[in-house]
Design a binder for this molecule. Sequence first.
Ligand SMILES: [Zn+2]
Length: 117
Amino acid sequence: MYCKKCGSEIDANANVCPNCGANQHENTQPANVRSNGDAPSFGYAVLGFFFPVVGLILFLVWRDEYPLRAKSCGKGALISVILSFVSGIIWGIIVIVAASAAAGGMTGMAAATALLL
Ligand SMILES: [Zn+2]
């Protein structure tokens, strides 16, 4: 490869140019990260939230190539799964409470009926 600053031919693995001393890696790496278009995405988080399966698939597909975008998808899917899990528990509690209240009401009514008769 060639030095970014002075243009003289240098070793491809060299960190600094032996000719002028310019750092060869400092400028290349952030440019590479930016060039692949990877960034956290709220839109994909929302997509993952409404379609957790799609979010999970996108997370697995993009995990290596676009880690930040993959994380957004995964996060949305994860929040969705947690929320549905929590609401499932809440509904379970409501059903149990309602059922036991109904059962308690029935026994109370049965006892009241027995007393009256
Ligand atoms: Zn140089």
